[in-house]
Design a protein around this ligand. Structure first.
Ligand SMILES: [Fe+2]
Length: 187
């Protein structure tokens, strides 16, 4: 039963998050669990898969009651991209469908504000693949939906990712703009 698969995953992640304060350990333990969820053939309900023509969407699959972590379905329509942004927490992302290109940057130190960002590599992620996108010292990237269908990711983050105050960057100048993404309403 698909819904049971997701509930089992949520229960499992809750135990991992409660058992450690070490973001490296937490992310390393969540990654194989997310891989297993994706490999199980779990199907997200259709209301969490709908893209928008305007921008990528972030749907809440689960927000821990104490906001220690959250689970999101992130949906990009064909060709949509995020600004360069940080997360200010740990994160593990898996590709549910479609493909994405991730463009990473070195996280600027406070003293580097106002300097161009340093590129740190690019990677194409495909359906079923899982990556630790973020620890608080290394969490700056942009994401572009590639391929000819929308891209859907299942993302696990420390904290409530919809309400966290996060930086976006102009990579050419290093200028920072703080934002909260909010959550989109599954429709
Ligand atoms: Fe991101």
């Amino acid at each position: 039963m698909p819904a049971d698969d997701l509930q089992a995953f949520i229960n499992d992640v809750a135990l991992v998050v409660a058992s450690s304060n070490d973001q490296y350990e937490i992310t390393q333990r969540i990654a194989p669990r997310l891989s297993a969820l994706l490999a199980s053939g779990y199907q997200l309900p259709p209301e969490f898969l709908r893209p928008s023509s305007e921008r990528h969407l972030t749907y809440p699959l689960y927000i821990a009651p104490d906001e220690s972590w959250s689970l999101a379905s992130v949906v990009w329509n064909i060709g949509q991209r995020t600004p360069v942004h940080g997360h200010e927490t740990w994160g593990v992302v898996g590709i549910y469908s479609g493909t994405e290109r991730e463009i990473r940057y070195v996280k600027p130190t406070d003293s580097a504000v106002g300097e161009p960002l340093t590129p740190a590599g690019e990677h194409e992620w495909r359906r079923g693949q899982v990556a630790v996108c973020c620890t608080t010292d290394d969490d700056v990237h942009s994401v572009v939906a590639t391929g000819d269908e929308p891209t859907v990711g299942i993302h696990v983050y420390g904290g409530n990712i919809g309400t966290l105050n996060r930086p976006s960057y102009d990579p050419a100048t290093g200028a920072v703009h703080w934002f909260t993404s909010g959550w989109d309403e599954p429709a």
